[in-house]
Design a protein around this ligand. Structure first.
Ligand code: ADP
Length: 471
């Protein structure tokens, strides 16, 4: 496969800017080039025609004496650089009254005769002629002077000297275009550099991030798009870091949680093999422990799976009407081992037979997470208060779980529902947490559209509540 060569933004920007500047300057130069020469030449041509017509009018005016005609010819020659000649019938120069080197006007007169043909009063012709490398615009006419003589009028303007000025101007245009191009080239270089600078900066920072340095910060804020990209990348970096920390912590927790039952299973299996194999009572007891630990293992694996699914947003809502009271008792029973072994008490104030419409499995998870948090964070009295009450007026069911712990500080309150957020103090907890519990609660309750929240006071414990619809 042929690999496509990838250029840097800088090169691409520079190249396009330069092409663009070159294109614009080339078009302007070409237009100047074409228009300038043509405009000057057609202006000269028009002038020759105008002088020719003016001379015709003067000649045709019977009241104007020949001396005035002569004066006009001199004026045109001196002031406008336009030559006017009147030839008599024999080809001799009648006006102006000047001496020209013998033979110099012969070819001019021959040209004139060739263009005008047979003399006919009023016939006019305009033509270009070239002789000795000089181009001339000509206006010729057959005229009758007021002394009755039949003559030929010739008005001519050599364009070679204005062509020289035009060429000079064209060179200036070319030089200016070249300078403009060099300047555009330099400006486009610095502009391309300026535009691509922040992108290069971001790419360098991203490279460090890719190498695992989460301390980097995307600081480019030169343009709104780049500032937004920096913000997004900073957000992404924080999320990756959280996820990375979470994975490490989860792995540590999971390893610990899985190791304990596995060690127990191995220990009891060895005991059956070596000691209690022949004692049916002991063997039965040890086998029960193995079965219990295996069940715990299954439960753990399921919890980890559902946590992953919920946090990844893969779980769909499977709503149905179910008995919320029963579900709550099911959750409380899960904590009976703590009540029996570690002296915790869960005080219950629950109305019987309350039904709601929701995803039963997910609500179980929500209530489990809230009760386990209350157990984890309750005070020295190791007491947690759970209530489930029907509000007949609003037709709602209010669930609340209260602990007697330290409460939640004002600055922590905004973060407790965030993914991976865990309080800084290393509180000794009977149930291991991952910092996902309240985030899962939030995701599930938001999906259901249920109202929920927490009332807390530092030093006086916290009460988490949910408002369920009654079904
Ligand atoms: P975990 O309990 O695993 O740390 P959670 O998402 O359940 O994660 O809770 C996030 C944080 O919210 C906890 O680390 C703790 O700081 C705070 N928190 C949750 N429940 C309570 C509670 N009942 N009392 C005090 N703080 C709590």
């Amino acid at each position: 496969m042929k690999l496509k060569r990838i250029n840097s933004t800088n090169t691409i920007l520079w190249r396009y800017f330069t092409f663009f500047a070159f294109g614009v300057i080339a078009v302007i130069a070409l237009v100047c080039y074409g228009i300038l020469g043509n405009a000057v030449l057609s202006q000269a041509k028009r002038r020759v025609g105008a002088v020719g017509n003016d001379m015709l009018e003067t000649v045709n005016d019977a009241d104007i004496p020949l001396s005035v005609l002569e004066q006009k010819i001199t004026d045109y020659a001196l002031l406008d650089g336009v030559d006017v000649f009147i030839f008599d019938a024999d080809g001799g120069l009648k006006m102006p009254n000047i001496t020209i080197t013998e033979g110099k006007l012969v070819s001019v007169h021959d040209d004139l005769v060739a263009k005008l043909g047979v003399w006919q009063n009023g016939r006019t012709v305009e033509f270009n002629s070239r002789s000795g490398g000089r181009t001339t615009f000509n206006f010729a006419a057959c005229v009758t002077l007021n002394d009755g003589e039949q003559c030929k009028l010739l008005v001519r303007f050599p364009v070679s000297h204005i062509a020289e000025s035009v060429r000079q101007m064209e060179i200036y245009v070319l030089l200016v275009a070249l300078c403009a191009f060099v300047i555009a080239f330099l400006i486009s270089y610095s502009l391309a550099n300026k535009l691509s600078g922040p992108i290069r900066e971001i790419s360098g920072t991203a490279q460090k991030l890719a190498e695992g340095n989460y301390e980097v910060q995307f600081n480019s804020v030169q343009y709104s798009e780049i500032a937004k990209l920096s913000d997004t990348l900073n957000y992404m970096k924080d999320e990756i870091k959280k996820s990375d920390d979470f994975q490490k912590e989860l792995l540590a927790n999971v390893t610990h949680d899985l190791k304990t039952p596995l060690t127990m299973i191995k220990a009891y299996a060895s005991m059956i093999k070596e000691i209690s194999g022949d004692d049916p009572v002991k063997r039965e007891k040890h086998l029960d422990v193995i079965i219990d630990e295996a069940d715990r293992l299954t439960g753990l694996v399921n919890d980890i799976l559902s946590t992953s699914k919920i946090t990844a947003g893969l779980e769909q809502l499977n709503k149905k009407v179910f008995n919320l009271t029963e579900l709550l008792y099911g959750v409380i029973n899960k904590f009976s081992y703590l009540q029996e072994t570690q002296g915790y008490s869960i005080m219950v104030d629950v109305d019987a037979e309350l039904y709601t419409l929701a995803d039963e499995e997910q609500i179980y998870q929500v209530i489990y997470n809230l009760v386990s948090n209350a157990v984890n964070y309750t005070g020295e009295d190791k007491t947690v208060y759970v209530s489930l009450k029907y509000d007949a007026e609003r037709q709602r069911i209010k669930f609340a779980v209260r602990d007697t712990g330290k409460g939640i500080a004002e600055e922590e309150l905004a973060h407790i529902w965030d993914r991976y957020y865990r309080s800084k103090d290393s509180h000794l907890r009977p149930v291991k947490g991952t910092g996902l519990g309240l985030n899962i609660v939030k995701i599930i309750l938001l999906k259901h559209g249920f109202t929920f929240g927490v009332n807390t006071k530092e030093g006086a414990g916290s009460t988490f509540y949910i408002d369920f619809p009654s079904a």
